[in-house]
Design a binder for this molecule. Structure first.
Ligand SMILES: Cc1cc2nc3c(=O)[nH]c(=O)nc-3n(C[C@H](O)[C@H](O)[C@H](O)COP(=O)(O)O)c2cc1C
Length: 210
């Protein structure tokens, strides 16, 4: 804090004004507070914070984009129709029992097939999986057969699983949460395969090389 002697203009720094002005000798009642450092620091802090609040939408977007993901092909089959889609939203929720969750857009054919059959497959892409991610991610199975000409096999639960991936999982839906545009399906794992031929693909790696 800064105090000014109103008689001679002497400036004193401290929590309190001096008992006696060292220049003109008047007592502490002749000092006025001219600047409070602690207040000015907190004002600056408040300014910084409000700047952050003003740009918060942008900040939130940046923060969201910094979440890291893997990349997966989610497959499902119902009444003779096999389909799948690319997804980055798949994550393990519990280990006892082993359960994973996936976030699937309600407009996707894969969504309907999972909802109708109560099952889904997860194929975990390796770093060579760009073509698979494109094949399953950019068009709907309503318009094309995404398995046509693709090396793939049928899993124990009946879902199709692409061959050239790092690992696969099969799950039965045990719960689902309506998340607006998407449904969050919680699946208990019933089967798995591990081929372990490369590193897992991350969403960031896919975007950097697509
Ligand atoms: C890299 C990448 C990640 C994607 N992640 C998701 C996702 O997590 N959830 C989702 O519903 N759609 C996701 N999609 C979009 C679907 O894969 C896409 O809409 C697909 O064409 C739906 O196909 P379907 O109608 O045959 O089910 C992603 C697409 C790409 C390319």
């Amino acid at each position: 804090m800064k105090w000014r002697c109103v008689v001679c203009g002497y400036i004193h720094k401290g929590e309190e004004p001096p008992e006696v002005c060292p220049v003109c000798g008047v007592d502490s009642t002749n000092f006025e507070l001219i600047e409070d450092d602690s207040i000015s620091i907190s004002k600056k802090f408040v300014e910084d914070i409000s700047r952050e609040v003003l740009t918060s939408e942008e900040t939130i977007k940046k923060a969201i984009r910094s979440i890291s993901y893997g990349l997966f092909i989610i497959t499902a089959s119902h009444k003779g129709k096999d389909n799948g889609q690319t997804a980055n939203t798949c994550f393990q929720i519990t280990s006892e029992p082993t359960q994973v969750a996936i976030g699937i857009n309600k407009n996707n054919l894969t969504h309907n097939l999972i909802a109708q059959s109560g099952k889904f497959g997860v194929s975990i892409l390796d770093q060579n999986g760009h073509d698979l991610a494109r094949r399953f991610g950019y068009r709907s199975g309503r318009d094309i057969d995404k398995f046509e000409g693709l090396k793939a096999h049928r899993g124990q639960s009946g879902v199709m699983l692409p061959d050239d991936v790092l690992a696969t999982l099969e799950a039965e839906v045990v719960a689902q949460l309506d998340a607006g545009t998407h449904t969050l399906f919680l699946g208990r794992i019933t089967a798995g395969e591990y081929f372990g031929n490369s590193e897992p693909m991350t969403y960031a790696y896919f975007r950097s090389k697509k």
